[in-house]
Design a protein around this ligand. Structure first.
Ligand code: PLP
Length: 425
């Protein structure tokens, strides 16, 4: 891709962009002056599709009119409602239909997965995470370790960036796997690192770990709706993701979970069970003997919040209208590449990004760092905010900026960089 400076290039890119009309499908927050905000925080909370209100209202109406019969009646009865999401969820992460389910929340799903896939023995008891794992993931892992009567000192292994570096070096992970692999029970890693925006090589990591008998789970909070993935053919053991970041389903909305077929079909795997994971034919016979559904659905606990699933259905339909994750990724590579180009060309020496410069090693997000000695990043962010730019600050040092292909334009990126230049002038 040949990028150019100047507003004409941004306009030309927008005019050629097949996803440009998708912006109309979203509510874009407004600045005080009535202009659209320059919203680059889809990595934290995605914007609301206009369709969401319709689908949520449809649920409210069904409940108003049908009461309990809404479980069984109407176009989208609640009893099987999560099944209306299955095909699209599977496509999103490159899974078979029986490998995915929308349920619970992200951290809750991580716990449920570790209950099944972290079974420490006296010789193989370690969990490997990256040093800068999202705090919730780190807490979940440490508490699982303690739950088994072990300590993080003995059972938690950290993959750290090299001294003075921000990014994780895959070779260091492969060395750890070689050296300590026989003691490692589980790798739990992000698909996209939330702070740096670095994409991990999920396929190769899984291959190397499996060669040593290690199970592999991914947290896809920043990867779902951002990258095209092939979890099934990569042989990933399990994965979890939330739906409110790049999946635009609203704060705290229900999360996703992937369990590879070779595990999902095994109804004997240890798990924390609930009635929604029980065999559908006999669920309402109300017996005391748990029979797991032989799919990812077998990890469900409760009947799910339909309000939230309705929002997810809207989001998935919007993604489908856009041509799916491949079409989104195609635009995203260009859009984020354009941002990287403008930063390097127009703000060199002032703003740098720590995210990899290779498009294959990043998604939407660039993590910006102020390199001017006298200016503090947080102060810059406040200036940006005053000018209608929404980014987010992550301690200790980074402004995260994620142009999202469904609703951000090349003009958004162009304007952002012009505003950055004004702030730094
Ligand atoms: C956003 C995010 C979470 C949030 O967890 P919830 O259980 O949805 O509150 C967890 N882990 C990662 C890596 C995240 O990016």
């Amino acid at each position: 891709m040949q990028y150019q400076a100047g507003v004409a290039f941004a306009q030309e890119m927008d005019s050629q962009d097949p996803l440009a009309p998708m912006r109309e499908q979203f509510h874009i927050p407004k600045q005080a002056n009535g202009d659209d905000e320059l919203y680059f925080t889809g990595n934290s909370l995605g914007l609301q599709p206009k369709l969401t209100a319709d689908y949520v209202q449809e649920f409210l109406t069904s409940w108003q009119q049908r009461g309990v019969k809404g479980h069984f009646e109407g176009d989208y009865p609640w009893l099987p409602y999560h099944e209306f999401l299955t095909q699209q969820a599977a496509k999103l992460v490159g899974a078979k239909d029986d490998e995915v389910v929308m349920m619970n929340s992200l951290t809750a799903n991580l716990h449920l997965m570790m209950v099944s896939f972290y079974q420490p023995t006296s010789s193989r008891f370690k969990i490997l995470v990256e040093d800068h794992a999202f705090p919730s993931d780190h807490y979940a892992v440490e508490s699982q370790i303690r739950h088994h009567g072990l300590t993080p000192q003995e059972a938690l292994l950290l993959w750290k960036p090299r001294a003075g570096e921000e990014l994780l070096n895959h070779q260091d992970l492969y060395d750890l796997i070689e050296q300590q692999g026989d003691e490692i029970a589980l790798l739990l890693l992000p698909g996209v690192q939330y702070y740096t925006g670095q994409v991990l090589d999920m396929r190769e990591i899984t291959r190397r770990a499996h060669a040593k008998g290690i199970l592999v789970g991914f947290d896809l909070a920043h990867a779902a709706g951002n990258l095209a993935m092939e979890l099934h053919s990569w042989q990933v053991d399990f994965a979890c993701w939330c739906s409110y970041k790049y999946l635009n389903s609203g704060a705290g909305s229900v999360a996703g979970c992937f369990v590879h077929q070779r595990h999902a079909h095994n109804t004997q795997l240890p798990r924390f069970a609930g009635w929604w994971g029980h065999d559908k034919q006999s669920r309402f016979l109300m017996g005391n003997q748990f029979h797991a559904i032989a799919s990812a659905e077998g990890w469900q606990l409760s009947n799910p919040p339909i309000l939230s699933l309705a929002a997810i259905r809207a989001s998935f339909d919007v993604i489908e209208q856009a041509g799916g994750i491949q079409a989104m990724r195609e635009k995203s590579v260009k859009l984020t590449g354009y941002l990287a180009y403008l930063l390097k060309n127009e703000l060199a020496g002032k703003i740098a990004f720590i995210t990899p410069d290779n498009p294959k090693e990043r998604g939407c997000q660039l993590s910006l760092m102020v390199t001017l000695p006298h200016l503090n990043g947080k102060a810059l962010m406040a200036q940006l905010e005053a000018r209608g730019v929404v980014t987010d600050w992550r301690e200790p040092n980074v402004i995260r900026c994620a142009p999202a292909p469904l609703y951000n334009s090349f003009m958004d990126v162009y304007r952002f960089v012009q505003i950055l230049k004004e702030c730094l002038a």
